[in-house]
Design a protein around this ligand. Sequence first.
Ligand code: GRF
Length: 199
Amino acid sequence: MKKIAIFASGTGSNARKIIEYFTNHQNIKVALVVSNRKTAPVLRMASENGVDTLVITRQSFYHSKSVLDVLDSYRIDAIILAGFLWLIPPYLVKNFPGRILNIHPALLPKYGGKGMYGSHVHQAVKAANEQESGITIHIVDEEYDKGRIIFQKSCPLEPSDSAEAIGKKVLQLEHRYFAPVIEEYLNIENQNNLKDEVI
Ligand code: GRF
């Protein structure tokens, strides 16, 4: 069984889809949800679905190894960032090489980087009169939105689409594709890099 931890800062609609997708899955389990906001709705959703949760602080995340200790105690194989707004510190990238995935609500390399999150992304896409947007799922390295891209899917935009409407179209793609892409990545492409569980 491969175990994943989802990191999320907000609502957690992607986290919910991922938890639902892997419920009763034969070899992938969502073992932990981690958030940097103790009031984030994602925490309640996780608890209601029987998934353990962890709230982190800047101190614990950036200046101690306590998060790593917790991830190790759960024997986490991979980390999924689903709307997680803090930069991943180098020690986590080193401990999970090629095993941290992020979803970005635009077609990287456009509209990525620091400050490009949530509605800011869709407002920038709208302001540039783009004819399409979409999602990017990529490996996380030490910079925002720069790691190797493993999946992209685009959607056409109409000139009349507001930033909010663009966000809705993109979120539909996120909900449809994120979990299956995680499944495929963990089961096939990255198989040899994953820690094997003892039992
Ligand atoms: C999603 O658009 C995700 O791509 C982004 O943050 C949003 C999170 O939404 N990085 P939710 O919390 O999963 O509903």
